[in-house]
Design a protein around this ligand. Structure first.
Ligand code: PGA
Length: 264
């Protein structure tokens, strides 16, 4: 069974001391998250502190927002997979739309990073999603297909198993849109399409086993309608994850959905 995952993309927010205050309060606020894997994805500078604070927790892991694909070298300003691994980072977000739009990341670059992640036993969370113009042109399927094929080129099924695909429609991300997620039927159609591409590339079993999640303006109130969709394994909130009560609320809502029915 695919384990649910809720990952907090903090983007360029939280100094180390702010992160420390957040995690301390968040851990106090968080109720049971058994069966829901939580990932905190801070900026690089807060990773050591967040890792230290989470070292005793079960089911809460640390992620990074980006990395270079080389192990070391003359790449001023970059961070390598090995450097992250040493800080107990388990996940790495790759190909986020802000990286693609603002820093020129192509599918080829994302692919290099994805393959480098496996070498350091990091699990990639590969972000894909169309812009508004692409949606209006009717190109959603084409764009998602290109992004998946490009980002996963030369990745074999064994490696892929630990990979998470995040569908993040660019137009619905809070920084670009109006803070409202895509409609459930739009999300459902995209997730179904993503799984069908994975099926073409890696076979039905892999398409069923892999985790596919949604991100873009996720907030507590939207959790039931999004997580209730068939084929969705989790969420990648950005803005809402900067508020410990909201983020804990998202996890609690996911936990309740997962365990509803167990007592009846
Ligand atoms: P948002 O960000 O929840 O603020 O829309 C999500 C993301 O960009 O990963």
């Amino acid at each position: 069974m695919r384990k649910k995952i809720i990952a907090a993309n903090w983007k360029m927010h939280m100094t180390q001391s702010e992160a420390e205050a957040f995690i301390t309060t968040f851990l106090r606020e968080l109720k049971d998250n058994d069966g829901v894997e939580v990932v905190i994805v801070p900026p690089f500078t807060a990773i050591p502190k967040v890792s230290e604070l989470l070292s005793e927790t079960q089911n809460i892991k640390v992620g990074a927002q980006n990395m270079h694909w080389e192990r070391s070298g003359a790449f001023t300003g970059e961070i390598s997979p090995a450097m992250l691994r040493e800080l107990f980072v388990r996940y790495v977000v790759l190909g986020h739309s802000e990286r693609r739009a603002l820093f020129g990341e192509t599918n080829e670059i994302v692919n290099r990073k994805v393959r480098a992640a496996y070498e350091e036993m990091l699990r990639p969370i590969v972000c894909i999603g169309e812009t508004l113009a692409q949606r209006e042109r009717g190109d959603v399927e084409k764009v998602l297909s290109q992004q998946l094929h490009g980002s996963l080129a030369n990745v074999d099924a064994k490696e892929l198993h630990e990979t998470v695909i995040a569908y993040e429609p660019v137009w619905a991300i809070s920084t670009f849109g109006n803070g409202i997620p895509a409609k459930p039927d739009e999300i459902h159609a995209a997730i179904k399409w993503i799984r069908s591409i994975l099926g073409d590339l890696y076979g039905e079993q892999m398409a069923t086993d892999m985790r596919v999640i949604y991100g873009a303006s996720v907030d507590t109130e939207f959790v039931p309608s999004i997580l209730g969709l068939e084929g969705i394994d989790g969420l990648l909130p950005g803005a809402a994850s900067l508020n410990y009560a909201k983020f804990a609320g998202i996890i609690e809502a996911a936990y309740k959905m997962l365990h509803s029915g167990e007592k009846s």
